[in-house]
Design a binder for this molecule. Structure first.
Ligand code: G2I
Length: 476
């Protein structure tokens, strides 16, 4: 059994004491502090999800910034370093210094990376936006950009925001240079180029103000539906979730679910909840309940794979620059004190989580193979996809080896060299010491005879990173 205990840092407790709502959360948190504190990312990993942050290279030298980022988050998104103006500032001249630094940092700290973003109207160098290119030339410029940038990071990223913010509020297409020059088809072309450049990264469409059901989200929904019908390679939709205090859409979960039902992953990709500054205890309490609600909405949708905050600390948030008079939108204040919002999110992630079912108990050992009902059987094949100094990425393929359909699977192994899983997707993880148990999600448990599915994970290793054997599978 894996037990993750959520304990806010001491500074969070002090901040919490200020509000009535938070006081309730404090009691909840305090009663679960039975063992060592753990970050939000670890809590999420126990539920097969991630909690990420936008990371900015120029702040990584600040020790409090790096400490909080690495303690709390198991996914990162470069805030600006992979955008077009950073990666191809002049035509055909590519620079990856900033993006590489983020990827190296993430790999050294067991964090997966969401690439952001390949095609966007903003932070687009003027050689592209004002180049006066015709459709054929701009298409090839766009394909070349994607092929180089996604190709450079091939195999290293969990996902890419392939196209960002292509729709207006009324559901029409934004009149970007790509739209006006190439036409509607540029988005599908971009996804095809991204798949060709990096076949393992999940490919996302990403936008803001699509969290609730409205004209804009419905336009995106219709595009995704058409892409799935046409075979355009899209894997996910990113809901930026830049919210105003007290305005979490009541239909957030329903909206995430309708997209998931199209057969794509969903994620909250740039979350912040801004308020008029200065903050006070009442606003901070509302913000805490807003974070709690949006986290629960994601957790209630099986294909909501994770939540990324758009920054580590209020100190460096983009909000006050763009919305004067507003700010304080994140989980940590200017001094890196955890805010009530931190506890709002942490309690939603289940301060105490466990996987109590018998085959996931601490005594579960791969030497004791789990058993399948008669007629049902499955196999599990483990492989190391990628490995770096202290981290690695693994993948397990689960196949139905019986003559009957199966409705679920459980895979068990023991790591030979003390490796630990830091994040796992397309499965529900439980790790106790060396023993790992992974169960299917609701959407990938059913397998017809001969059908297979995969789940992936990132992990930490030191000394050696041997593949476990045996890796056993039980069908249900
Ligand atoms: O605007 C908030 C976000 C909306 N969705 C897409 C995201 O990519 C976007 O992020 C923000 C960054 O957080 C800002 O840091 O994108 C802004 C640009 O559209 C970023 O701001 C820019 C400033 O405008 C530049 O002056 C500055 O040089 O950041 C640059 C690097 O610090």
């Amino acid at each position: 059994m894996t037990k993750s205990v959520f304990r806010p840092p001491a500074t969070a407790l002090a901040a919490l004491a200020a509000t009535a709502l938070a006081a309730t959360a404090l009691v909840a948190a305090a009663t679960t502090t039975a063992s060592a504190a753990t970050g939000l990312g670890q809590l999420a990993a126990a539920k097969g999800r991630y909690i990420g942050t936008a990371l900015a290279n120029n702040h990584l030298g600040e020790s409090a910034y790096a400490t909080v980022a690495d303690r709390e988050f198991n996914s990162v998104t470069p805030e600006n370093e992979m955008k077009w103006d950073a990666t191809e500032p002049s035509r055909g001249s590519f620079s990856y210094g900033g993006g590489d630094a983020i990827v190296n940092h993430a790999q050294a700290h067991g964090q997966s990376v969401r690439g952001h973003t390949l095609v966007w109207h903003s932070q687009l160098p003027s050689w592209v936006s004002n180049g006066g290119f015709n459709a054929a030339t701009l298409t090839s410029i766009m394909q070349n950009h994607i092929s180089n940038v996604a190709g450079h990071y091939k195999g290293k990223l969990y996902a890419w925001d392939v196209v960002n913010e292509a729709f207006n509020e009324d559901g029409t297409r934004r009149q970007s240079v790509f739209q006006t020059t190439i036409g509607d088809g540029y988005i599908a072309t971009a996804f095809q180029a991204a798949r060709a450049a990096d076949p393992t990264a999940k490919l996302y469409y990403n936008d803001y103000n699509i969290e609730g059901i409205n004209a804009k989200s419905t336009a995106v929904y219709n595009m995704v539906k058409a892409f799935k019908q046409q075979g355009v390679p899209i894997d996910g939709v990113g809901f930026q979730t830049h919210l105003i205090l007290g305005q979490v859409p009541s239909d957030l979960q329903a909206n995430l679910q309708r997209f998931a039902d199209l057969g794509v992953d969903v994620a909250l990709t740039e979350v912040d909840v801004r308020m008029q500054t200065p903050a006070d205890s009442g606003k901070l309490a509302t913000q805490s309940s807003n974070y709690n609600a949006l986290t629960k909405a994601c957790l209630n949708v099986a294909r909501c794979v994770g939540i990324t905050l758009w920054g580590v600390t209020d100190k460096y948030s983009w909000v006050p620059d763009v919305f004067p008079g507003y700010g304080a939108p994140l989980l940590f204040d200017d001094n890196y004190n955890a805010k009530p919002a931190y506890t709002g999110m942490g309690t939603a992630l289940g301060g105490t989580t466990s996987s109590p079912s018998p085959s996931a108990s601490p005594s579960a050992s791969p030497s004791t193979s789990p058993s399948s009902p008669p007629g049902r059987s499955c196999s599990a094949t483990y492989r190391t996809v990628n490995q770096w100094n202290t981290g690695f990425q693994g993948e397990v393929t689960v196949a139905n080896t019986g003559a009957s359909a199966i409705g679920g699977w459980t895979v068990i192994w023991a790591f030979p060299n003390g490796q630990t899983v830091t994040q796992l997707w397309n499965g529900t993880l439980s790790q106790s010491g060396a023993n790992v148990t992974v169960r299917n999600m609701s959407y990938n448990g059913s397998l017809a005879p001969n059908a297979s599915t995969t789940f992936g994970f990132t992990g930490d290793w030191s000394g050696a990173n041997g593949a476990p054997s045996p890796v056993t599978c039980a069908a249900s």
